[in-house]
Write a protein that binds this ligand. Structure first.
Ligand SMILES: Cc1cc2nc3c(=O)[nH]c(=O)nc-3n(C[C@H](O)[C@H](O)[C@H](O)COP(=O)(O)OP(=O)(O)OC[C@H]3O[C@@H](n4cnc5c(N)ncnc54)[C@H](O)[C@@H]3O)c2cc1C
Length: 404
């Protein structure tokens, strides 16, 4: 097999972003993955950091934090590149590194994030007089009355109206947002007719679950042109249409850019010569195959996706290259008693430590492979869920690794 420029292992947000950036820089890229990662599960928002002004807060993070190795300039460039890819798939995102945008969650709280699909940007809710919260008959895990009750706490001066519409999506069984979004793609008029019947005006907002199709902003455009009121999508329980839209936007970009994508391809080990990774071994049902490259980006997703495993307590492992994995030792530091506490969870800090080029390091800080770069959820040293940085670390570490 011919040696390619870059192999990316992993088809989640970090792997897709790394492959897209490298391809955009005229590199020949092969992407190997055996699962779809967390994109179809995520809300679609890219959380950079839970701070009013993330750019300022990032400067104060400790030296071992992934963002300190990535650098503000790369984070900013990653955001611009990400928005560009999404826009090319008619999936406009809004936001920037210096501020947060509100999104209505599936329970009616406001969540703040730096990068938000335009369809979820709830900034303009504040300017509305009346808010319709619309449920869909048969749709599970979406409770419009609860959403309205909780939103009243943020907007006590607004009038709320709860509506339930019947789209006759399926006979009998409960449906998910993903089912509804798939059915409504190319069938938007059914929803448009029901929403028009609300008679909402320019001063009103309509809040709905995230069911506006699975292909970018297409279904939303069909509906908004027929309504006077602004329409906002909430987040939902997985599977999540906004995450799937993002996944499709990336796949479209990668295919257009000539990235070779090998699905169902589990990388089982690296090929190492003279402390350099020269290739990786993929195992499928029939045989093993070697893929060779000058550079390898490890985007295998940490604990969530098998990028880091732990058969024995206190012994986490990186299964492909056997890179040392750092974690808080001692069971007492492993977790807080309260799952939803106001402190990071020890187990969530588990991951690989790197130098500024995102090359993996051993326990003494010695760099193991200079042409292997670690990105996304594999990176250790912070609780990405607690500090709400998972998406931001994924896109910015991927951007840096692909541009080195
Ligand atoms: C339920 C849920 C909701 C979330 N919501 C948000 C949110 O709202 N905002 C936000 O910013 N972040 C959110 N996140 C976090 C975010 O989606 C991820 O942490 C982040 O995108 C990390 O992406 P990743 O590419 O590093 O990992 P993943 O998305 O986990 O992708 C890893 C990929 O590597 C593949 N892989 C693993 N091992 C191998 C191997 N040996 N060979 C080949 N392929 C392999 C996996 O199959 C997978 O495709 C959420 C995460 C979850 C689980």
């Amino acid at each position: 097999m011919k040696t390619t420029d870059v192999i990316v292992i992993g088809g989640g947000l970090a792997g897709f972003m790394a492959a897209a950036v490298a391809a955009n820089r005229q590199q020949k890229v092969t992407l190997l993955t055996y699962g779809s990662g967390s994109l179809p599960l995520m809300s679609g928002t890219i959380d950079i950091l839970n701070a009013k002004a993330p750019d300022a807060a990032i400067k104060n993070l400790p030296a071992h934090h992934p963002y300190q190795k990535i650098g503000l300039k790369n984070i900013d460039s990653a955001i611009k590149f990400f928005c560009d890819i999404a826009a090319q798939a008619n999936l406009p995102y809004v936001g920037r590194l210096s501020a947060q945008i509100p999104v209505v969650t599936a329970v009616g709280t406001l969540k703040y994030s730096c990068l938000v699909p335009e369809s979820m940007d709830a900034s303009n809710l504040i300017n509305k007089k009346k808010i319709f919260v619309v449920g869909i008959k048969g749709l599970k895990d979406f409770y419009p009355s609860m959403i309205a009750d909780n939103l009243k706490k943020y907007f006590p001066d607004k009038i709320f109206d709860v509506a339930q519409i019947d789209l006759k999506l399926l006979g009998g069984r409960d449906i998910t947002c993903m089912d509804a979004a798939q059915i409504l793609t190319d069938n938007e008029q059914t929803l448009a007719n029901e929403l028009k019947a609300l008679n909402a005006t320019d001063n009103d907002a309509i809040i709905i679950p995230p069911i506006l199709g699975v292909m970018g902003n297409f279904s939303r455009s069909v509906i908004t042109t027929q309504l006077r009121a602004d329409i906002f999508e909430t987040t939902c329980l997985p599977p999540s249409p906004p995450g799937v839209r993002l996944q499709r936007a990336f796949i479209k970009y990668l295919q257009k850019s000539g990235v070779k994508i090998f699905e169902n391809s589990k990388v089982v080990r690296g090929v190492v010569e003279d402390k350099k990774v020269t290739g990786v071994v993929v195992e499928n049902a029939v045989r093993e195959k070697i893929f060779r490259a000058r550079k390898v980006i490890l985007a295998t997703g940490g604990f969530y996706s098998g990028g880091i495993t732990m058969r024995d307590f206190d012994n986490p492992m990186e299964p492909i290259f056997d890179i040392p994995v750092f974690f808080p030792t001692g069971a007492e530091n492993w977790s807080n008693q309260q799952l939803f506490s106001d402190k990071p969870q020890g187990f969530s800090m588990t991951g690989i430590f790197t130098n500024d080029n995102l090359n993996p390091a051993d326990e003494n800080g010695k760099i193991l492979y200079e042409n292997l770069h670690v990105v996304g959820a594999n990176l250790g040293g912070c609780d990405k869920i607690f500090e709400r940085s998972a998406g931001g670390i994924a896109i910015s570490s991927a951007y840096k690794a692909a541009t080195i």
